[in-house]
Design a protein around this ligand. Sequence first.
Ligand code: NDP
Length: 309
Amino acid sequence: MKVKCLIIGSGPAGYTAAIYASRANLAPVLIEGPQLGGQLTTTTEVENFPGYPDGVEPFTMMDDMRRQAERFGTQFVSGIVTKVDFSVSPKKVIVEDEIEYEADAVIIATGASAKYLGLESERTYRGRGVSACATCDGFFYRKKTVAVVGGGDTACEEASYLAGLCEKVYMIVRKPFLRASAVMQDRVLNNPKIEVLFEHNTLQLTGEGKVQGADLIYRKGEPDEEQRHIAIDGFFLAIGHHPNTELFKDYLKRDAEGYILVDGDSPRTNVPGVFAAGDCADPHYRQAIVAAGSGAKAAIEADKYIKSL
Ligand code: NDP
């Protein structure tokens, strides 16, 4: 099927691109993957997206965006993109190994996924004390006790941010040192509200219907190995993200982490007519509002590109 503009991804970047592209008469087709609404839907409430003064449930917000795109004629297709060919013009995008689209412009908004430890209890309490975004969810833990897992810059940043809100913050670090930059380490180690638990790993989370504690193991496998329990209300993962960009690796330039490289402040990739928006190209901000803004930019650029053909 031939389309003018094809959008891959159903988070804030994808839906915003769809709103703009459909209002520009590009009749976009948006491919929605298995996580409708994207990463945002793993959180409980959104309070920092302008336009919702009383906060909003993430599913409601994403459904609002989707309906807004639908209103202007976006066509939604449910499925996983299994193959692309950006070496040809129009570009080819294949969904579920079956349906082949040819598109003048493609907007990639496939997002990034937070890494989790892989514990069963982590899944049980997802959205009920387990979070991978302190900026999104920290506010719900005001004056409470939380733990942050990880020893990199993100973990230090999240721990510092949470220390501004919470009574106490544990950092659970698997090595005897922090990997973070010196300045971030100093900030964490000199904050009286933060206690760094070096050489600790998490065994499981505990609690009645929500996170109330964590069982940890200190120096696993060593003669002085010891199990410990900490009482916590929130458990924040900060062990890294991975952008969902594997599919494009043969065509698009990416950084060492896999984030798609774009031309300066624009959403243009190294392939003319292919644009990247949202977290798949943003290792820094990872905010819904930023993703939405870049989705708008991508649609505007796609429109310009199509008109130039
Ligand atoms: P990093 O990969 O730098 O750090 C991940 C941390 O998580 C490490 O301490 C790692 O431990 C730990 N970790 C990974 N897997 C596990 C696991 N299974 N169990 C326990 N701990 C685990 O990721 P970040 O997200 O922190 O940073 C990504 C990039 O972004 C970095 O280059 C960073 O410098 C940059 N960044 C910069 C910021 C700034 O400058 N303000 C802010 C945020 C990020 P270990 O050390 O043992 O491997």
